[in-house]
Design a protein around this ligand. Structure first.
Ligand SMILES: [Zn+2]
Length: 159
């Protein structure tokens, strides 16, 4: 069964290569591809979702790439939106006004030493998604790396 699937995928990818042929031939190949993909889908339906996705990506690299680009743009736009909200309506550090987006991130105002301080979480797209889906909870602000560093330094001095 596995061998059969591999052969189907090879055939499928060959059908994608439609450079330098007439449009009638393209339509014909397109039909063939659709039929074949329908058969492939029947076979991979039995597999776990992750394997289905891997097969999909390998069969449609161009679509997977376009999807990746869309997701990246979506994440970037959401990040800008969230940073602007917590920057008081400006895409800038709330303390010093620095505007370079790659140096800006969300600071947990009262968060000291707990899990929220983990910058990997705070910089991740899932954290921006979470803030937005929660309707922008209070207690956060947009800071640049420099101001975050200064804040941490000052806090440690007081201990
Ligand atoms: Zn700053």
């Amino acid at each position: 069964m596995k061998k059969e699937l591999e052969e189907m995928l090879v055939t499928y990818k060959r059908l994608v290569e439609t450079v330098g042929i007439s449009s009638a031939e393209k339509v014909f190949l397109y039909k063939q591809r659709q039929d074949l993909w329908g058969q492939i889908r029947q076979i991979i339906k039995e597999h776990p979702k992750s394997i289905q996705m891997a097969i999909y990506r390998s069969a449609h690299p161009e679509r997977a790439f376009a999807q990746w680009l869309r997701q990246r743009d979506k994440n970037r736009n959401r990040k800008v939106e969230v940073l602007t909200h917590y920057g008081g309506g400006k895409l800038a550090c709330i303390k010093c006004g620095y505007t370079n987006v790659s140096a800006l991130s969300i600071d947990h105002i009262e968060g000291g030493g707990n899990k929220q301080r983990k910058s990997t979480l705070r910089a991740s797209s899932s954290f921006y998604r979470w803030l937005k889906s929660e309707g922008y909870p209070s207690g956060y602000q947009t800071l640049c790396m420099n101001c975050q560093f200064v804040k941490r330094f000052e806090r440690e001095e007081h201990h």
